[in-house]
Design a protein. Sequence first.
Length: 193
Amino acid sequence: MSRAVFLDRDGVINEPVPDARSGRPESPYRPEDVRLAEGAVDALRMLHEGGFVLIVVSNQPAAAKGTVSMDQLRAVHGRVVELLAAHGVELDDWRYCFHHPEGVVPQLTGACECRKPAPGMLLDAAREHDLDLAASWIVGDSDVDIQAGETAGVKTVLVQNPLTEHRRKGAAAQEIVRNLSEAVGIILDSRDR
Ligand SMILES: [Mg+2]
Ligand SMILES: [Zn+2]
């Protein structure tokens, strides 16, 4: 069995950008808005070299809500992959939930088992990649990331990205850091325990 680090995308790997409507920092919806978080490339490389399978698990409900198209979400995904590849980093898997319980696009609307805080994306990936969940981690900047991780039985790191404070209301993570780079030492040390 392998160990994994499940990674939330927005606010962890790439920076949120101000939403045109709310002004709040949210997911980028145009490829040209994608900026990798400082230190993220090196952090991902070290985790990979440390023997962890790296799997993104990201809620992307904007198409379900009708505010952007699936093509835009795919383009943003492609840009994140491209920017990482430009630095020689390739992740093992990318899992997205495109659903929303109260969307307006029928085929993307309704309850699902993948939208965090549900653990579906982690559990599916664990089956596919033969993962040891108890030896795996999730790193995310929202309460729902921590809750999904707890339910799946992985260890949890909360990234307190100052831009996404509105996504945290006190979920109790095992570790709290300021960015992905700070999580690397904690996660790599856990291999010896
Ligand atoms: Mg996030
Ligand atoms: Zn879903």
